[in-house]
Design a protein around this ligand. Structure first.
Ligand code: ZN
Length: 318
């Protein structure tokens, strides 16, 4: 058994937060109560797939995650014969990919388990999920599925009901800050980075490591502030065109906008005279927030992006 660390964890999960969930997983391992299928869900960039990988590694290693045995080495190099890992490459998982996967799960495994790790299972369209469901219902021998999702509402209920589910949440600001300070030292932008990250360590680390992403965040945030200050629909629509062409920018935009609205609410409640009080009531801001979330949801469901964003921007005019 591994040494207990001061966090009372049996294993070094190498992740921030999620203590409760990890302790529960450790309990299942200790009690040898492993399910044939797991679904870990929660926000992007909180380390869910990292945990899934670590969990798979613990299950495969005969020495409780030693990092030195053959299994650990093969997993680290991505060439373990009993691990099929489908990381999110931004592409849809097609029905043919699922068939291929089913074929692989039927081959004999070498070691303790055959583990199939799939990042963001919602990448499977409904028909692919349905076809995948059959393997979940009749798992081949020693196969264990570990699935993750950032968009749990896009996963079929029939899949959800056949897996052991774990929900993960964003990490507390204080915990995140302490971790970043310990790991990266002092950083004059740290408070801003914490604010932008909204409890997502993956994003915070990206912002620390890549100042260009931080600059981009700032510029889009300033752009939003500018847009909310006055009516200028044609400029807003031109901006929508640029967002429409770059999908990564879209996520940045939604994050920055919700951050800006949070700031507005805070200002509203804490001071009498903030810049936008003459333009928006507190109720307007709440409505904008709701519409922003709705727009994000619609776009995720493949609604026309441009149209949805233009409709949203109409609400920012007075
Ligand atoms: Zn090992």
């Amino acid at each position: 058994m591994s040494q207990k660390t001061d966090n009372q964890m049996l294993y070094k999960w190498d992740t921030i937060g999620h203590k409760k969930q990890l302790q529960q997983l450790e309990k299942e391992i200790a009690e040898n109560n492993i399910s044939h299928a797991y679904l870990f869900s929660g926000p992007k960039d909180v380390g869910i797939f990292r945990i899934a990988r670590m969990f798979a590694n613990i299950l495969q290693c005969p020495n409780d995650l030693c990092h030195t045995c053959q299994d650990c080495k093969l997993i680290q190099s991505g060439s373990h014969p009993d691990m099929i890992v489908m990381t999110d490459n931004g592409e849809t998982i097609k029905i043919d990919d699922v068939r291929d996967l089913i074929h692989k799960t039927n081959l004999t495994s070498y070691g303790k388990h055959r583990i199939i790790l799939i990042e963001n299972i919602e990448r499977m369209p409904i028909e692919a999920q349905n076809s995948f469901l059959k393997t979940l219902e009749e798992p081949a021998g020693k196969t264990i599925f570990i699935l993750t999702s950032n968009k749990i509402n896009q996963v079929l209920p029939t899949i959800k009901s056949r897996v052991r589910r774990y929900s993960f949440y964003s990490v507390e600001d204080g915990v995140l800050k302490k971790y970043l300070q310990e790991k990266f030292g002092d950083n004059s932008d740290l408070d801003e980075i914490i604010q932008i990250s909204q409890g997502r360590p993956g994003l915070a680390i990206n912002l620390i490591k890549s100042p260009t992403i931080l600059t981009e965040q700032r510029s889009i945030y300033n752009q939003i502030e500018f847009f909310l200050k006055k009516n200028n629909l044609s400029q807003k629509f031109m901006f929508v065109e640029t967002l429409d062409q770059e999908p990564e920018q879209l996520e940045l935009f939604f994050d920055a906008f919700s951050r800006y609205l949070r700031k507005l609410v805070y200002e509203y409640l804490s001071s009498d005279n903030h810049a936008l009080k003459s333009r928006f009531t507190l109720e307007d801001i709440a409505n904008l927030f709701e519409s922003l979330e709705k727009t994000r949801y619609l776009i995720e469901r493949n609604t026309n992006k441009k149209l949805a964003l233009e409709n949203f921007f109409l609400l920012t005019e007075r």
